[in-house]
Write a protein of this length. Sequence first.
Lengths: 115, 115
Amino acid sequence: DAGVIQSPRHEVTEMGQEVTLRCKPISGHDYLFWYRQTMMRGLELLIYFNNNVPIDDSGMPEDRFSAKMPNASFSTLKIQPSEPRDSAVYFCASSFGRLINTEAFFGQGTRLTVV
Amino acid sequence: DQQVKQNSPSLSVQEGRISILNCDYTNSMFDYFLWYKKYPAEGPTFLISISSIKDKNEDGRFTVFLNKSAKHLSLHIVPSQPGDSAVYFCAASARKSGNTGKLIFGQGTTLQVKP
């Protein structure tokens, strides 16, 4: 398996524009997570899905953020409208939750810069 | 509310010596703990984990210690090597409470191992 695949690797956009980040989890994994890396809070959990259903979106900072998982092999994180303070590295991760002691596997991340 | 805290943003050690990275948590429901390592421009990768039924887990040069009464865990790297230089994240989850997949991360500690 190629691992968790995120696209794009880098995104530079202007304030006010819509940004869509994409993720393909590892095949067979039933959990998918979106994290944001910041200096202050480290890896901050934004939202996670189980079997394509959003379970906990309490980490989503504002209504400008939304995430979807239309099928088991694809998820998006959308920011509309984007603001400079959204600039960060966004990570997608997936795991096989039925195994009690298992780790999450991360993608390489999308570095978002909003100017 | 930061449920998982890594109070040392950085640590510098000499090659061959021991590196000790610390992590504190507040949620008594956490029963599974993990350490991840992250190199620049890459996603975090799993390093080692420990279940709350144990107080120590060892894997080669890496040992994780868990002190449940103090809600504290630590990662020991012996001997430290320059290739260990990275950001280390502590993570925790509450598996038995039903949130089998949700991982909460700390802020990270940047380890520098000097040759």
